[in-house]
Design a protein around this ligand. Structure first.
Ligand SMILES: Nc1ncnc2c1ncn2[C@@H]1O[C@H](COP(=O)(O)OP(=O)(O)OP(=O)(O)O)[C@@H](O)[C@H]1O
Length: 245
């Protein structure tokens, strides 16, 4: 009954992850509540995907703890659909056989592909394939959904449409979400909270609320990232791929 007693979607304490001698994650703390949408930004190579993989249980960790109540679902930049499986089979992968087609049909309908159950991945556009990947994640009813730049390879318009769809899906299913992205505006459009990763830990946090204007949050993030000098912040496109002027 009380939302206060509900366990978070994930609780990370003093996480350490090394590759050989190199410590990529160094004592990182992070908690994501169910229904909370968190975006993670940071310079290329700072360890965002490493963190996501640790949360997904895909890689071992070298210290600390990751507590998640269920098995997280992950959507990657590339759709990772199996070419020899129909769309509904792809969505049902790993699901109990009984009722699988019905559940896949519901999930595909949710992403606007309810009439393509028996179609094949090769017949899909990039955006459609990512929608199937989302359906495959959501059919698992995850407490924690991990998104590793899932929209990065899409054209700008398709990306905006995907943002709208993801917002609707998250509002309905209410998993905790961690979105790894390079796109400041994507983070601002989708997240309740934006984290900045640096030196193996969370270096900065912005909680978006009615009191914080998107413009102010954007200026703060860009300043933190050192993307552009202060006088040019407001009128410049927000992408981490830019270098300081
Ligand atoms: N399997 C691996 N073995 C050794 N080093 C690795 C491995 N995977 C990642 N690294 C290194 O760890 C660091 C963090 O990589 P990671 O992919 O997590 O960064 P990222 O922030 O996601 O980068 P990007 O934004 O470019 O995707 C990088 O320096 C990378 O070279």
């Amino acid at each position: 009954m009380s939302p206060i007693s509900a366990a978070p979607a994930v609780a990370v304490r003093r996480l350490v992850r090394r590759y050989g001698e190199r410590t990529v994650i160094d004592g990182l703390d992070l908690t994501i509540q169910r229904g909370e949408f968190v975006a993670l930004l940071g310079e290329s190579g700072c360890g965002k995907t490493t963190l996501l993989r640790a949360l997904a249980g895909l890689d071992p960790i070298d210290g600390g703890s990751v507590d998640a109540p269920g098995r997280p679902a992950v959507v990657f930049q590339e759709h990772r659909l199996l070419p020899w499986g129909s769309l509904w089979r792809n969505v049902s992968l790993g699901q109990p056989e009984e009722g699988a087609r019905t559940r896949a049909a519901e999930a595909l309908a949710e992403v606007g592909l309810g009439d393509r159950l028996d179609d094949w991945p090769r017949n899909l556009s990039g955006g459609q394939a990512q929608r199937v990947a989302l359906a495959r994640a959501l059919v698992q009813e995850p407490e924690l959904l991990l998104l590793d730049e899932p929209f990065a390879a899409l054209d700008a318009l398709t990306r905006l449409r995907m943002h709208q769809l993801v917002k609707e899906l998250i509002a309905r299913h209410r998993p905790g979400v961690l979105l790894v992205t390079h796109d400041v505006d994507e983070a601002l459009a989708l997240a309740d909270r934006i984290l900045l990763m640096r030196d193996g830990a969370i270096a900065h946090e912005i909680r978006l609320s009615d009191e914080v204007s998107i413009q102010a949050a954007r200026a703060d993030l860009l300043a933190q990232l050192g993307v552009l000098p202060a006088d040019r912040r407001q009128s410049s496109p927000a992408s981490l791929s830019q270098t300081p002027a």
